[in-house]
Design a protein around this ligand. Structure first.
Ligand code: SF4
Length: 349
């Protein structure tokens, strides 16, 4: 108990939320309110254009989670200006992180990437950049470009992993395996770039044990951030077809809250949580329909951890950090195949 008391004194956010919200992380790093601005730079994805596969991940329809996809004709400068005005008005944000969110934001020639990233960084209110991508779309040249920004800016790469299990990655047509993910993490860890890993809970065929294995693998990586999403079925996706054929089920809200709490218990408490619930926009959602806001679900996870008397990292042991984590997941090496190219505490993660 004494240990836990001193932990809560050192990390008061753990007592309040039972996890490490990104908003608290930003407060630790900046003296003013900072907010991310989602951007669509006009990139596509090798898992959709045929380079890796066509059709994309079975659950993917970018319009359902990136409403700004419709605004692709807007120059990045204008997207930044609109985002600044919105977040200044909404929450009093003063500085911003340019978040290249839609599709695969390292899937272009280095000079094209440089031009896009620097158009965003040119704005004097932009203090950081966060780049969402696939682990098979990163090269040393791209890492070097992004790492160059770390001298002056707060820099993140967000890698979509979703699951550590290759059988699941195959089933959802990710087009890469866990070996490629581990290689990307190892390369990125040689730089000053912060790493955030995206995971989906409730993927087809996965048991709770499978998801906890993903948690333990992610916990062992020494990354700085995670995003958790629940699997949802959106219209016009391959997953929707599977759903209507009865081959796929989604989690009910209480099950998701339990599993997300289980997951967080296994993640080190210094890994910031940038998202705890998937987000859909517009009229795309088929299932699950939970009738609860993101804030209420996030609050439910906090309450569940409180009920258990646990918190993020309470089941994490330093000894679990594997330097050779890849050996736990022997998979075929495919590196390079794309390398060429709350009402309890309302919280805004
Ligand atoms: S990698 Fe991302 S953008 Fe590409 S198909 Fe999968 S979810 Fe969609």
């Amino acid at each position: 108990m004494e240990n836990r008391t001193s932990l809560f004194q050192q990390k008061p956010y753990l007592l309040k939320y039972r996890f490490f919200p990104f908003s608290e992380y930003l407060k630790e790093h900046f003296s003013c309110k900072v907010h991310k601005i989602p951007l669509h730079a006009g990139f596509t994805c090798p898992n959709r254009d045929g380079r890796v596969a066509v059709g994309g991940c079975t659950y993917c329809i970018n319009e359902s989670f990136s409403p700004n996809v419709k605004g692709r004709s807007l120059p990045i400068k204008e997207q930044i200006e609109k985002g600044k005005a919105f977040h200044k008005r909404r929450c009093g944000a003063e500085k911003f992180i340019a978040y290249f969110q839609s599709f695969t934001n390292t899937y272009a020639d280095v000079e094209i990437l440089r031009s896009c990233y620097e158009e965003a960084l040119h704005d004097t209110d932009v203090v950081g950049i966060s780049i969402g991508t696939r682990p098979d779309c990163i090269t040393d040249d791209i890492l070097s470009l992004i790492n160059g920004y770390a001298k002056k800016y707060h820099v993140w790469i967000e890698y979509g992993l979703q699951s550590i299990h290759d059988k699941t990655l195959d089933r959802i047509n990710r087009g890469h395996n866990s070996r490629i993910f581990f290689d990307a993490i190892q390369s990125t860890k040689k730089t000053c770039i912060n790493i955030c890993v995206h995971v989906i809970l409730g993927l087809p065929g996965e048991t709770r044990e499978d998801m906890m294995e993903t948690a333990e693998a992610v916990a062992s990586l020494g990354v700085q951030g995670i995003k958790l999403h629940h699997l949802y079925v959106a219209k016009n996706t391959a997953l929707a077809e599977e759903y209507f054929q009865g081959k796929v089920r989604t989690l009910d809200m209480n099950s998701y809250i339990q599993i997300a709490a289980d997951f967080l218990e296994r993640i080190p408490s210094d890994v910031t949580v940038q998202r705890l619930v998937g987000d859909t926009h517009g009229n795309f959602l088929i299932s699950p329909i939970w009738k609860a806001s993101k804030a209420e679900i996030t609050c439910g996870i906090t309450r569940e951890l409180e009920r258990r008397g646990t918190y993020q990292g309470s089941r994490f042991h330093e000894s679990a950090v594997a330097t050779n984590y890849s050996s736990s997941f022997p998979v075929q090496n495919m590196q390079g195949h794309v390398a060429e190219v709350s009402k309890l505490h309302t919280i805004d993660l």
